[in-house]
Design a protein around this ligand. Structure first.
Ligand SMILES: [Zn+2]
Length: 471
């Protein structure tokens, strides 16, 4: 018997009206075999269907076996023929424990990202929604408990509330928001503590050239820049920010990042294990951490979430003093000139809606950044420099309700005083980007630096965009 079943509380008893559902898991990582063994407790009479949320993750579940509590013979459960991410429970009335194996190798092979499972030097990072089988309709107020049974040398880092060593408790709402769980040889760096908030930093222990202090300073600086920008901690979550750092074979400082920003947020940042410099001027961490302060939205519209984040992140490197104005405009002008214009009559709005299918990321990110620049300039002109896009983003961020795409467009157009965002998103013909860059005095880009013309009509506004000191 390879499982240690410890203190499983049954979700069965808890479906009575008014009592929140409870689900408990015991997870035994077998990292050398690249798998997790999971035990949970179920009542076949209370729930008939269990699912994992991440589409396709069910294909990495193995040996899903129901063990009746009365000692009857175990039953292997098959995936729902119509949905590989779910299993049906037999309609027995007895309580039982359900055990299954998560094939981490299969999760990482098929999807190769932390939204499923990612094998990294020093350990693994997985998304809880790819791993935890739970009743198909998990209520927001359900209580989930996870206990990890790990061998010496392996530890766990999660954004969840700790409830003893290796034990965590969180809500159905939190599960819906998602978490990046790190497992492996982990080290904790000194937390970043500021008057606005705190961040807990976990690094997957593997050879790297940058010191721990360099990594910590990298994030501390970005969080300070963003706290100044938002005039608050970038995440509205009151608890500490869970950040996982992993070094991968590369020379550049920031390599890749991803965040889960609802409820208790998770941040995963990959840095170059060979990098010793470039952390001051890095874009990856700044961009990802900026996302923590994106407004709550309803649906997906990457032209805004990614495009506006791309635009402001570029400006912030200048405002934080990490690079000078010519370099900021060098990057911006190159990205905008390459990706702003509708291609083959496809508008930015349409490209954004088709993003997942067509995967034209650069077009949507930079196309959105192009709209952000146009909106920012228009607001600054209209208000004679007293207002900017920053004010709009800060206001949207404090929304208590999720904003639809139409509401965001409306807010941008209200700030501009005309249908700029609406027409830009729908435009299938060339947009006046070249005229705008000329008016701003942004010329050719040479060796990554833009030639800037201080006699241009909007040169002053251009300088304000980049050099406005952070408050
Ligand atoms: Zn992004």
């Amino acid at each position: 018997m390879s499982f240690v079943l410890l203190g499983l509380s049954l979700l069965a008893a808890s479906v009575a009206a008014g009592v929140p559902a409870r689900v408990s898991y015991v997870i035994t990582p077998r990292l050398e075999q690249r798998r997790l063994e999971v035990a949970t407790a179920v009542s076949a009479s209370a729930f008939t269907r269990l699912c994992v949320d991440m589409p396709g993750a069910g294909g990495a579940l193995r040996d899903v076996v129901l063990h009746p509590a009365d000692g009857g013979s175990p039953t292997e459960l098959q995936a729902d023929p119509d949905d590989e991410d779910c299993v049906h429970l037999p309609s027995a009335r007895t309580q039982a424990s359900l055990r299954y194996v998560v094939d981490l190798a299969a999760l990482s092979r098929h999807h190769n990202d932390a939204d499923f499972a990612s094998e990294l030097p020093g350990g693994w990072v997985f998304h809880d929604a790819a791993v935890l089988l739970h009743p198909a309709d998990l209520p927001d107020d359900a209580e989930l408990r996870v206990e990890f049974v790990v061998r010496a040398g392996v530890s766990v880092a999660t954004p969840w509330k700790a409830d003893g060593p290796g034990r965590f408790v969180f809500s159905g709402r939190q599960h819906d928001a998602g978490a990046y769980v790190a497992l492996g040889a982990l080290r904790t760096l000194a937390p970043i503590t500021t008057p606005q908030g705190t961040a807990q930093l976990t690094v997957l222990d593997a050879p790297k050239r940058a010191s721990d202090a360099t990594l910590r300073d990298w994030l501390a600086r970005q969080l300070s820049t963003l706290s100044a920008y938002y005039r608050a901690w970038p995440s509205t979550w009151p608890g500490p920010l869970h950040v996982v750092l992993a070094g991968v074979p590369a020379d550049e400082a920031g390599v890749f990042g991803t965040v889960l920003r609802r409820q208790a947020p998770s941040v995963l940042l990959l840095f170059g294990a060979q990098a010793t410099q470039g952390f001051d001027d890095d874009w990856v961490a700044l961009h990802e951490l900026f996302h923590l302060g994106n407004p709550p939205i309803d649906g997906r519209f990457a032209w805004f979430i990614e495009g506006f984040t791309t635009y402001v992140s570029e400006l912030l490197r200048g405002r934080a003093g990490a690079r000078d104005e010519a370099r900021v405009w060098g990057d911006l002008a190159q990205g905008l000139r390459t990706y702003c214009q509708p291609e083959d009559g496809v508008s930015l709005g349409q490209a954004s809606r088709e993003l997942r299918r067509v995967q034209n990321w650069q077009r949507v990110y930079w196309g959105g950044a192009c709209l952000a620049l146009r909106v920012d300039v228009a607001i600054r002109q209209r208000s004679k420099g007293k207002q900017s896009l920053d004010d709009v983003l800060r206001a949207l961020r404090s929304s208590k309700v999720k904003l639809t795409e139409a509401q965001v467009v409306e807010a941008l157009d209200a700030a501009v005083g005309g249908p700029l965002a609406r027409t830009h998103l729908a435009s299938r013909t060339p947009l006046p980007l070249d005229e705008l860059l000329r008016a701003l005095g942004v010329g050719a880009v040479v060796d990554g630096r833009a030639v800037l013309d201080d006699s241009a009509r909007l040169a002053r506004l251009r300088r304000d965009l980049v050099s406005a000191p952070l408050p």
